[in-house]
Ligand binder design. Structure first.
Ligand SMILES: Cc1cc2nc3c(=O)[nH]c(=O)nc-3n(C[C@H](O)[C@H](O)[C@H](O)COP(=O)(O)O)c2cc1C
Length: 340
């Protein structure tokens, strides 16, 4: 028996696309979304996604194998488009028969969508503008995630609510679209489903799940934080287009500002080109995020978190979070004001 008939009906296309029980994805979070959380999400009825981040092909190979040993449910792999070995990583996903590959962090490099589909997997992309979304979906991508600026991690400039109003009426009838950014309760899920979304993606809400390997101090900081503590990074040099990151404000946020100045100077002095400069920034983030998540350095590590961090108050098993979200969505959809 399905306890969530209204929500499941609105998620039908997302459920079919993902092959999961519910169309709730746990967005890839570097260092957090590894075998334990990913398998717990998929076993709990959602759809887990491994964050490949800066992993080598060998590490990704081992991570996928370990995840498969912990779940027989479908899960995805998130690859960062600027990874220098992206095509090797795609082949590793192919070797394991990974069903869904998410391409994040930029426009998919030429041939990457075709390479993934060549392995029989589905491709999920992000797009900052409607024009690019249409182009990617018409040229082979199978589904889209729209992610607003409320989200944790790397973000675009526009809020989820505005993206949803812009993208969903234009795309949701024809394509599978997931909404991400700022979702902390099932009420919000219900609202985006009613607007035409096939499903949702959450990160912050799942970062402190019981199965998440994030350090106890990282989790404690999440439980304490208010929405306003999850601040967007500032860009110090207009020539160095740094993708903003939303994270809990701490000493690390200030160190990032200093790092940008240092990299801008390297650009000025001709010591690096623009791509190297951007990679330098990304490596900074990856290192700082690792310190926060793995070592529990909540002072100078990067505490990437979305504004919905205010709705994360305790450690709960992933399956319970998913059940709670589905229940809240169902209650919202059954409200008398919505009946009819
Ligand atoms: C700690 C953390 C790390 C993240 N790392 C990545 C990443 O490596 N790749 C990626 O595509 N998105 C990353 N994200 C974004 C999530 O996948 C997800 O889209 C986002 O968290 C959704 O918004 P929410 O935080 O408001 O739920 C990260 C988010 C957080 C909170």
């Amino acid at each position: 028996m399905n306890n969530y008939p209204k929500t499941s009906a609105l998620m039908a296309r997302g459920i079919e696309f993902l092959g999961s029980e519910h169309a709730i994805m746990c967005g890839a979070m570097s260092w957090v979304s590894e075998r334990n959380l990913v398998s717990a999400i998929s076993n709990g009825g959602g759809f887990g996604v491994i964050a490949c981040g800066a992993m080598t092909p060998e590490l990704l190979d081992a991570e996928i194998a370990a995840t498969k040993a912990m779940t027989d449910k479908p899960f995805g792999v998130n690859l960062i488009t600027m990874h220098p070995q992206i095509f090797e990583l795609i082949d590793i996903c192919g070797k394991h028969g990974v069903s869904h590959v998410v391409l994040a962090g930029g426009i998919p490099p030429k041939g990457s969508v075709e390479a993934i589909k060549g392995h029989g997997a589905k491709v999920i992309v992000f797009a900052p503008t409607l024009a690019l979304a249409k182009k990617l979906l018409r040229s082979g991508a199978d589904a889209l995630v729209i992610e607003g600026s409320e989200a944790g991690g790397h973000i675009g400039p526009v809020s989820t609510s505005v993206l949803a109003q812009e993208f969903l009426p234009a795309l949701a009838e024809e394509f599978v679209v997931f909404v991400a950014g700022g979702i902390g309760t099932g009420d919000m899920i219900a609202a985006y489903l009613e607007m035409g979304a096939s499903g949702v993606q959450l990160g912050t809400r799942f970062a402190c799940a019981a199965e998440s390997i994030a350090h106890a101090d990282f989790k404690k900081a999440f439980f304490r934080a208010k929405a306003r503590d999850a601040e967007m990074s500032v860009q110090v040099d207009p020539r160095l287009p740094v993708i903003p990151v939303r994270a809990l404000k701490n000493k690390g946020t200030e160190e990032f500002t200093a790092k940008q100045r240092e990299v801008a100077k390297m650009l000025d002095d001709g010591k690096v080109d623009m791509l190297e400069a951007q990679l330098e920034i990304e490596h900074f983030w990856a290192g700082a995020l690792r310190r926060a998540v793995v070592d529990g350095d909540v002072e100078s590590g990067s505490m990437m978190a979305g504004q919905s961090v205010s709705l994360v108050t305790e450690e709960e098993p992933a399956a319970d979070i998913i059940a709670k979200l589905m229940e809240q969505s169902e209650v919202a959809l059954k409200r008398p004001s919505r009946a009819g």
